[in-house]
Design a binder for this molecule. Structure first.
Ligand SMILES: NC(=O)C1=CN([C@@H]2O[C@H](COP(=O)(O)OP(=O)(O)OC[C@H]3O[C@@H](n4cnc5c(N)ncnc54)[C@H](OP(=O)(O)O)[C@@H]3O)[C@@H](O)[C@H]2O)C=CC1
Ligand SMILES: O=C(CO)COP(=O)(O)O
Length: 304
């Protein structure tokens, strides 16, 4: 059945999600601040509202939408991979808090938009406490080139996609310094352990991090020059400064803000996050990439 899909955010990801839904013959309206259409008209009578804005736009968009008419049956889908700097809330928590009576679905997975744009095969996860809503979103985006799985742990799926961005920055540094395959394997594996530690403390299920939205996205972004977060790390290792890198980066690298939020939250809750901490210090120009490596290698000996 044809659905009416409103996609908010016409950046790299929003545009690709619009193409996928259109290919399944849904009626798609794509909104951005630059476009001619109002937000209220874009979401009018929508069955599904997909948010693909970057984290810095989520609060603006949710508060602008509050006054618009959204039916309680409308499903919200959030595809943003970030954390709110003020509250440390995830995007889906913000959407749910703003629209407490609507189903909210998280869409996240190893989905480098440039590859999907080229019609290369990919898989993703749609997660919700409302399985009917998740299945509805699954059918909107599923195709022979985009395989969509459902999951009942939205927090775990969302945190997987968010926390891996920090590790992608670290992986970019690792490759930029040409530290080798052993170092990269160690980094990504210990990075996953760190993601599980933070995520389970937050209330997510451990097994979710071993699925597409956790390990899957970690592998994709830690191994691809298409990842903006990886690019940030790679270029830091090439001695560029963060402002220089950001001046030429195509799109958003959410891992930078996420690192800051995580360090704050982990400090308050006493969670050890050694890799994130070194990424934080590197981004803050407190140390060089080589010094960050030394710090990680010379930590106290401990069991795995
Ligand atoms: N690109 C990818 O491969 C993937 C990205 N994601 C996630 O999706 C999100 C968006 O990424 P991506 O599309 O790549 O980023 P882009 O930088 O390409 O686009 C960002 C989008 O957010 C919008 N935006 C930013 N601030 C505001 C605001 N205050 N109000 C309204 N809209 C705003 C921008 O609108 P405007 O054009 O008007 O500036 C733009 O549409 C990120 O969280 C990212 O992690 C997830 C999976 C894959
Ligand atoms: O989340 C992504 C792929 O799944 C996109 O990664 P970047 O934001 O690092 O480009």
């Amino acid at each position: 059945m044809t659905k009416s899909v409103a996609i908010l955010g016409a950046g790299a990801w929003g545009t690709v999600l619009a193409t996928l839904a259109k290919a399944n013959v849904h009626e798609v309206r794509l909104w951005s601040r630059q476009g001619g259409e109002t937000l209220a008209r874009t979401v009018q009578d929508a069955d599904i509202i997909v948010s693909a804005v970057s984290m810095k736009g989520v609060r603006d968009v949710t508060s602008s939408l509050q006054s618009s008419l959204v039916s309680p049956n409308t499903i919200f889908v959030t595809a943003t991979k970030g954390l709110d700097p003020k509250t440390t809330c995830t995007p889906s928590q913000i959407w749910q808090e703003t629209f407490p009576h609507n189903p909210v679905v998280v869409l996240s997975g190893p989905n480098l938009s440039k590859e999907i744009e080229q019609a290369l095969p990919a898989a993703t996860v749609v997660a919700s406490q409302n399985m009917e809503a998740a299945e509805s979103v699954q059918s909107i985006f599923s195709s022979n080139r985009f395989r969509v799985y459902t999951n009942s742990d939205p927090l775990g799926v969302e945190l997987g996609g968010t926390l891996k961005n920090v590790m992608a920055i670290a992986a970019g540094v690792c490759d930029g310094l040409q530290l080798g395959t052993n170092a990269k394997a160690a980094l990504v594996t210990r990075g996953l352990t760190e993601m599980v530690r933070i995520g389970t403390h937050w209330g997510a299920k451990m097994e979710t991090f071993y699925g597409l939205s956790g390990l899957g996205d970690l592998l994709a972004t830690c191994n691809s020059h298409l990842s903006r977060n990886y690019q940030v790390g790679y270029q830091l290792a090439g001695n560029k400064t963060l402002p220089e890198i950001l001046a030429h980066l195509e799109g958003t690298a959410e891992g930078i803000n996420t690192t800051n939020v995580l360090v704050e939250r982990a400090k308050q809750q006493n969670i050890p996050i050694p890799i994130t901490e070194q990424v934080y210090r590197l981004l803050a120009q407190e140390l060089t990439p080589r010094q960050a490596l030394e710090e990680l290698m010379l930590r106290n000996a401990k069991p795995e």
